[in-house]
Design a protein around this ligand. Structure first.
Ligand SMILES: [Zn+2]
Length: 249
């Protein structure tokens, strides 16, 4: 790190759990961020400001007025612009040292696999089960850590799937693809603006912990947050031995 980097990241370096060594791990890391919406916004902002060296941000949508209530990486002047590019521009204004690849595309599973193969960690901020399951399958196959988040109405969820161990549960163990979990999208259901900030910020925190090895991550646990009562609880996740995605049996 040069003098400017030592200054920029000094408040991380002061933390014994991160230090220079941890910050250097962040600078060398590459995170794949799926979605530049309500969750992807705080995820991208914190990963970039914290100095994760490379970010690949995928989002095929364009910024519109209904997004600005919560998708805090976007600005008024970005309306009509692709969200990935809008995010890239905002991040460049905060930390130009971070290399951001803005992919304005709706990625299918094959594309996800190529992108995830080059990343150290995947953060899922997508808003639909089809994408979430595709991201999960790819992370299971490549054994990439996955930080999953969801926020709708006043309800938030965050989980980390380690996927390196044979007994690690995956997203599909929790929400089977043929299960009863329905797509409840912000577009229809409404979402409390700061909830996406809380959930996305927890995702960013977990990613920084996974990348630096600091503390204990949510691996194998699901955090549930009710923003109406501000009750938070975490439940242990068990691997489903019959899971069609991650079971080796
Ligand atoms: Zn599974």
């Amino acid at each position: 790190m040069d003098d400017n980097q030592l200054l920029r990241y000094s408040r991380h370096i002061l933390l014994p759990q991160i230090g220079i060594e941890g910050q250097e791990k962040l600078l060398a890391a590459h995170a794949l961020v799926i979605g530049a919406g309500g969750l992807g916004s705080p995820v991208a902002l914190y990963l970039a400001s914290a100095g994760v060296g490379r970010l690949t941000i995928c989002d095929g949508d364009e910024v519109d007025l209904t997004n600005l209530q919560r998708q805090i990486v976007h600005r008024m002047q970005a309306m009509g612009m692709k969200k990935a590019e809008s995010a890239r521009q905002t991040l460049a204004g905060i930390n130009p040292e971070v290399s951001v690849a803005a992919l304005a595309e709706r990625v299918d599973e094959a594309r996800l696999e190529t992108l995830a193969a080059g990343a150290d960690i995947v953060l899922d901020g997508s808003d639909n089960f089809v994408t979430r399951h595709a991201v999960n399958r790819v992370c299971v196959r490549l054994k990439k850590p996955l930080v999953s988040g969801a926020a709708v109405r006043f309800d938030g969820q965050v989980a980390v799937f380690d996927l390196s161990g044979a007994d690690s549960p995956c997203y599909s163990c929790l929400f089977p693809e043929d299960g009863e979990a329905e797509d409840v999208r912000c577009a229809v259901m409404g979402v409390f603006a700061p909830l996406t900030g809380i959930v996305g910020s927890i995702q960013a925190a977990e990613a920084l912990k996974v990348l630096t090895g600091a503390g204990e991550t949510l691996a194998g646990r699901l955090l549930l947050l009710d923003a109406l009562t501000m009750q938070v609880r975490t439940i242990r996740l068990a691997k489903d031995p019959a899971c069609p995605v991650c079971s080796t049996a």
